[in-house]
Ligand binder design. Structure first.
Ligand SMILES: C[S@@+](CC[C@H](N)C(=O)[O-])C[C@H]1O[C@@H](n2cnc3c(N)ncnc32)[C@H](O)[C@@H]1O
Length: 207
């Protein structure tokens, strides 16, 4: 069954993970290491992780979730793909992370976390449901909590031609409209991604 509110493409992701037949090099976005912009953020921000909860949205193969757990957060990491979640459990059998198969559009209403991490997941979901995606992520931020989002930035909607559909600055403002306040926004050079000359962004919000 497809879900109109989510763009109905959850199965697209499951098919990629399932079709990869346990070979990580068949997952185009799997780097098998924590995202370097996340590492930089953790080094410069030095967040207090003691007794703090964190959630990783669209956790993929789990490297970012493991990094947060290593730094002391109590981590929940979820992905719509059951195969991805099983794979995380296989890769990190002694993990302290709670890996959960869950759809961002159907999360328990009481899920709230001190730190919410979203890397390259919003841009992987169709633009038509972008505001819904961002609202669902913003709802995960507990009072006084922090959200870090990392992805590709489009100069205009004309650059949103194929998956991953980069975010425009206007779309990022949906987070503000959902009750968060932007505290840091940075872009990182022209990276010639997909021949579109996109830049990467990192943005931090607080509630
Ligand atoms: C481009 S990958 C990025 C994975 C990881 N965050 C990373 O940076 O490597 C997008 C991830 O989001 C997951 N995803 C897509 N739609 C989702 C949804 N509705 N709910 C939860 N996860 C979703 C996909 O299965 C996939 O693992």
């Amino acid at each position: 069954m497809t879900n109109a509110s989510s763009g109905g493409d959850q199965q697209w992701f499951e098919a990629i993970y399932n079709g990869a037949q346990n070979q990580t090099n068949n997952i185009p976005w799997a780097d098998l290491r924590p995202n370097p912009f996340l590492l930089e953020w953790l080094e410069t921000t030095a967040p207090d992780t003691l007794n703090k909860s964190a959630v990783v949205v669209g956790c993929g193969l789990g490297d970012d979730a493991e990094e947060l757990a290593r730094r002391g957060y109590s981590v929940t990491a979820f992905d719509v793909s059951a195969t991805a979640v099983d794979w995380c459990r296989q890769r990190f059998p002694d993990s302290k992370v709670r890996y959960v198969q869950a759809d961002l559009f159907k999360l328990p209403s009481d899920w709230q976390f001190d730190f919410v991490l979203e890397i390259n997941t919003v841009q992987a979901i169709p633009v038509a449901v972008r505001r819904d995606v961002i609202n669902a992520i913003a709802r995960l931020v507990a009072p006084s909590g922090t959200l870090l989002a990392i992805g590709r930035l489009a100069k205009s909607s004309e650059q949103q031609v194929r998956r991953p559909w980069p975010l425009t600055r206007d779309e990022l403002h949906y987070y503000d409209e959902a009750g968060l306040s932007e505290v840091r926004f940075e872009t990182y050079g022209d990276m010639e991604i997909s021949a579109l000359s996109l830049v990467r962004f990192q943005v931090t919000y607080q509630k």
